[in-house]
Design a protein around this ligand. Structure first.
Ligand SMILES: [Fe+2]
Ligand SMILES: [Fe+2]
Length: 409
């Protein structure tokens, strides 16, 4: 295929390079996928799209956007669907992954019978959506490694009518997708590294599982998104903060590695003295972020230190003059907005998840009972607006819980 090196192509390539640079500044894999899909859809004015990532030899559904069915960047349960597609000729995404070839379809309902793959109508039938044109591209990173497949749906003309994807869009999106694959791999690695750090903590405290921290991270990101949207923050600001929060919240209890086994592994409840010792996991966690080189470090420290503070006071560790001093002592507890927002959000998410999960001394509480506790403690333990948001997005919370079940790490 011949590419004309005219001015418009050059400027499109420049724009792609600039966007790739922006993608490279993001750290969490979900924020990276969101940005890649958004920018790819913009290049072709596509109504919808999804990304599948290669995991254990199959394609795992990983991200979706659909302007017709779900406008805006609010909390979205569809993001947390859990399904896999085999890498095989039978499906369109599977075929693109298997052959590492772009698949261009002008009308999904008019596929030639001789093609090995067929279009799966079930999504359209369930949602009432009408898929017409499709562009399915393999995303290949350096060393020709297949990272995933991106599928864009319904390119639109200026009147909003679905039209086929033109050659220019095919070339530009495939270029962008391959460049951005490197960022996806890095995003996956970041999350894996954090999960491994938490596995160390889990060896010590079996209640702090990989699934628990994945859920808490995702709950926090969604609560924050709605909080920031209420305040009219720009989509760009929201994405940047969410990106850090998702990962930082996963590390909330990393300081438990500094607490002795006799306390962490004690069956049943702790006595007062043991509980006082346990409180230091907040300070030990914060101390891990001494050399702050990024917003992620700053936020991780805020959360580790303050996730047990309470809105009306009475939490711990309180204001500590110098957390690095060898004679540091717990201080006067913080209150209200003097507790960093990220830590206030994490408090709601962590308590909800602890209550709805089994522990050595209790069965999981049913949702109704747990939500009752959150509501009762809004204004005392929790920032009341954050509890209100939690209730508002509860269908998304349930979708996250279904995605990150126990033993899923
Ligand atoms: Fe904690
Ligand atoms: Fe926790």
């Amino acid at each position: 295929m011949e590419i004309q090196c005219d001015e418009s192509h050059d400027s499109a390539v420049m724009a792609i390079l600039k966007t790739t640079e922006e993608v490279n500044q993001l750290k969490d894999v979900d924020t990276i996928l969101d940005k890649i899909l958004h920018e790819s859809r913009r290049l072709a004015n596509a109504d919808a799209g999804s990304i599948f990532l290669v995991e254990d030899g199959a394609l795992t559904f990983s991200y979706v956007q659909n302007d017709t069915l779900c406008k805006g960047s609010g909390a979205n349960a569809a993001l947390y669907q859990n399904f896999k597609v085999p890498i095989s000729e039978c499906s369109i995404v599977g075929y693109a992954a298997l052959t590492k070839q772009t698949v261009v379809i002008d009308d999904a309902y008019e596929l030639e019978a001789t093609l090995p793959y067929s279009f799966n109508k079930s999504f359209d039938e369930k949602s009432g959506y009408r898929t017409t044109s499709m562009l399915t591209i393999p995303m290949v990173s350096q060393g020709s490694r297949l990272v995933g497949v991106m599928q864009l749906i319904n390119a639109r003309n200026e009147q909003g009518k679905a039209i086929p994807f033109d050659l220019e869009a095919q070339i530009h999106i495939s270029l962008f997708g391959n460049n951005a694959s490197v960022a996806i791999e890095r995003g996956i690695m970041n999350r894996e590294l954090i999960l491994r750090m938490m596995q160390m903590a889990e060896l010590r405290d079996p209640s702090e599982t990989g699934a628990h921290v994945q859920r808490v991270g995702a709950y926090c990101a969604e609560i924050y998104g709605t909080w920031a949207q209420r305040r009219g923050h720009t989509a760009k600001q929201i994405k940047r903060e969410r990106d850090n929060l998702r990962l930082a919240a996963m590390l909330h209890d990393v300081g438990k590695v500094g607490i002795s086994d006799s306390i962490l592994k004690k069956p049943g409840r702790l006595n007062d003295e043991e509980y006082d010792t346990m409180k230091w996991h907040t300070v030990y966690g914060a101390r891990l972020f001494r050399n702050q080189t990024s917003d992620l470090d700053r936020m991780s420290m805020e959360i580790a230190l303050n996730h047990h503070e309470k809105w009306a006071g009475g939490g711990y560790p309180g204001a500590i003059r110098d957390i690095w001093a060898s004679d540091a002592a717990l201080g006067q507890s913080l209150k209200g907005e003097s507790i960093p927002l990220a830590a206030r959000i994490c408090a709601v998410a962590d308590v909800f998840d602890a209550l709805t999960s089994p522990r050595s001394y209790k069965d999981p509480f049913p949702d109704e009972k747990t939500l009752g506790i959150l509501e009762k403690d809004a204004g005392t333990h929790f920032d009341p607006e954050l509890v209100e948001i939690f209730m508002e997005i509860f269908d998304v919370i349930k979708a996250i819980r279904a995605k990150y079940k126990e033993s899923g790490h």
